[in-house]
Design a protein around this ligand. Structure first.
Ligand code: ZN
Length: 275
């Protein structure tokens, strides 16, 4: 269904697994509805988006939200935190400190990136995680399990976590995977991201919910690895040929949304390898 006046669409990808899929590269969030408990994974870019999501969740279930999971600190996954009615917000270690020390700076950055959303987010107070985990945590929702798995080491950010729903072989990868969109890499450790993707590729999953872009099959994992490899190869080739590294890198991923404006950290990283 399409939710009026937003760019969020609900897709039920398995019983009790509702994906709120953003359009045009906007973030995704997920509601996991068991027979006894409801858990929300990420809270979208603005309180308004989170309100629309929660209103839609309420058409499906009256269960209280037993926890909100923040997959990482980025505002497009956390700025709706205050709207999700729960006092338990779980994140990987260091997310709270990151938001406390750099939240204001990060909000300025987001307003610059999305000036159209500035009126909605410029005065949002960050609602911080109440609980940080540095190891696996399983939440039993009643017939459905949310398996929270922090990534070892930095990847998309310095502290990411992904969520597995083993009953339906679903991986909620958040921003470890983007589909059809070049990942934001400003806060990324690219070797760490590659290692994390190789680890995801070992998981027994059939369905992958990316942080941005459409839900897909497990091929999204290999596809994300290929994006890194294509940029790397293009930068190496351009360096060997004396061509412009940025132009070559953008050309390698030209089909992806935001390739132009997000390529710089990739060129810096891979360019350093050939310098
Ligand atoms: Zn992110």
């Amino acid at each position: 269904m399409t939710l009026e006046h937003t760019t969020v669409h609900r897709r039920e990808i398995a019983p009790g697994v509702l994906v709120y899929e953003g359009e045009h590269g906007m973030p995704n969030a997920v509601a996991l509805i068991g027979s006894e408990r409801l858990v929300v994974v990420d809270s979208l870019f603005t309180p308004r988006h989170a309100e629309v999501m929660m209103a839609d969740v309420r058409t499906v279930t009256d269960l209280p939200v037993s926890a909100l999971v923040n997959t990482h600190f980025h505002g497009d996954h956390t700025l709706g935190n205050g709207v999700i009615p729960t006092d338990r917000i779980i994140a990987a270690a260091h997310v709270k400190q990151r938001l406390e020390t750099r939240g204001a700076e990060y909000l300025d950055l987001l307003c610059g990136i999305r000036p159209d959303l500035e009126p909605e987010i410029e005065n949002v107070a960050w609602v911080l995680p109440t609980e940080e985990i540095d190891g696996p945590l399983d939440l039993d929702l009643g017939g459905l399990t949310a398996q929270l798995r922090p990534v070892r080491g930095a990847a998309h950010t310095e502290a990411d976590l992904y969520v597995l729903v083993p009953e339906h072989r679903v991986l909620i990868a958040s921003d470890l995977i983007f589909n059809g969109v070049l990942p934001v890499a400003r806060d990324s450790d690219l070797p760490g991201l590659r290692a994390a993707l190789h680890a995801l590729d070992q998981l027994d999953v059939d369905v992958v919910v990316p942080g941005h872009g459409r839900v897909g099959g497990r091929e999204l994992i290999a596809q994300q690895l290929a994006v890194l490899e294509d940029i790397e190869a293009a930068v190496y080739r351009a360096a060997a040929d004396g061509c412009d590294l940025t132009e070559a890198a953008v050309a390698a991923v030209a089909t992806l949304l935001h390739a132009d404006e997000r390529i710089a950290p990739y060129v810096t990283h891979f360019g350093r390898q050939v310098a």
